[in-house]
Design a protein around this ligand. Structure first.
Ligand code: NDP
Length: 297
């Protein structure tokens, strides 16, 4: 069997198009959603992410507010900026780019963001809403993963889902979303015994580990849907060059799965598109307007 490729680039483009349409409707009502992105320090990968987020925000017709603090910024300075953004009526979404320098407690910063503007969905209030099935803001990467899964199969009820990885930003919210779809969910992690056997149970396998090509073809149940969140840079020929690979051995997975996401071009592009959708959702809810993505973007 050769699995279908789940084209994250195309899905992200189509979501961005839907976001732009909603933004144009809001503009007719005099509303322009605004997203504030805060970068602390000069991490080159973070700089690229932040630039892409700002560009796509503007392309979708929204306002982008960029704030850069030096790597030496104190926690108090960052918290003061977050407080200003919380109070700014033009700002609908606030995203503080992670990782933060060691002198700053990332959890304290996340908890300082107004949950109504927490477009990353990392605030404990939003995590709690997701866990209890209440409407909130859902973390962008797992939200994008769910959309990719649903692009190949609408009804997930009763399927066995295995999420490898239990981080607060990917693994746990991914598991919550799949519970919401009535899957039977297993969360695996570094202490899981016989991981290959656990993975082999999965009709839906989500890998969010950060280990290059750890999940092999013979760990995959024939016909499974495989979502690869991992982004790992590995050495490539010619010497000195690098390339990106996921947590799944892609070519092997294609032999077993029914559908699989590539890296790059799978989950990655969906993350920013979901961020834009969350910003529109936040803008509408804050103004008491009907939520354009109330059944998911
Ligand atoms: P974390 O490092 O926070 O979490 C990794 C998880 O993998 C942990 O739960 C860890 O278990 C588990 N793990 C580590 N080693 C093993 C192992 N040998 N067997 C089983 N489980 C293991 O990573 P993130 O969740 O933040 O990210 C995961 C990957 O996804 C990374 O490659 C990251 O770059 C990528 N990513 C991609 C995004 C995108 O937009 N495409 C967005 C966010 C992340 P334990 O808890 O026991 O330590």
């Amino acid at each position: 069997m050769s699995a279908a490729l789940i084209d994250g680039k195309r899905q992200a483009e189509s979501l961005r198009q839907r976001v732009s349409e909603r933004v144009a409707e809001l503009a007719r009502q005099g509303v322009t959603p605004g997203l504030a992105v805060v970068l602390v320090g000069e991490n080159p990968a973070s700089q690229v992410y932040v630039r892409n987020k700002a560009r796509q925000t503007v392309e979708a017709g929204m306002r982008s507010f960029d704030h850069t603090l030096p790597a030496t910024a104190s926690q108090a300075e960052l918290l003061a900026l977050v407080a200003r953004l919380n109070a700014d009526p033009d700002v609908d979404g606030i995203l503080v780019q992670l990782p933060l320098p060691p002198q700053i407690d990332a959890q304290k910063v996340i908890e300082a963001i107004d949950p109504a503007k927490d477009v990353d969905g990392f605030h404990p209030v939003n995590a709690g809403r997701l866990a209890t099935g209440a409407p909130g803001l859902v973390p962008c990467t797992p939200l994008g993963c769910l959309m990719l899964i649903r692009s190949v199969r609408r009804d997930l009820a009763g399927l066995e889902a295995v999420v490898v990885g239990r981080s607060n930003i990917v693994g746990k919210p991914m598991a919550q979303l799949l519970i919401g779809e009535s899957c039977t969910v297993t969360i695996a992690h570094s202490k899981t015994r016989d991981l290959p056997a656990v993975c082999r149970r999965a009709d839906i396998l989500v890998a969010a580990v950060g280990r290059p090509e750890m999940i092999r073809g013979d760990w995959i149940k024939p016909g499974a849907i495989v979502i690869d969140v991992g982004i790992n840079r590995v050495p490539a020929a010619p010497e000195g060059k690098t390339r990106l690979v996921g947590d799944v051995a892609y070519e092997e997975a294609r032999e077993a799965a029914s559908a699989v996401t590539p890296v790059p071009g799978g989950v990655g592009p969906m993350t920013i598109a979901c961020l834009l959708a969350n910003t529109v959702t936040a803008a509408c809810r804050r103004r008491g307007l009907s939520d354009p993505f109330k059944d998911g973007p």
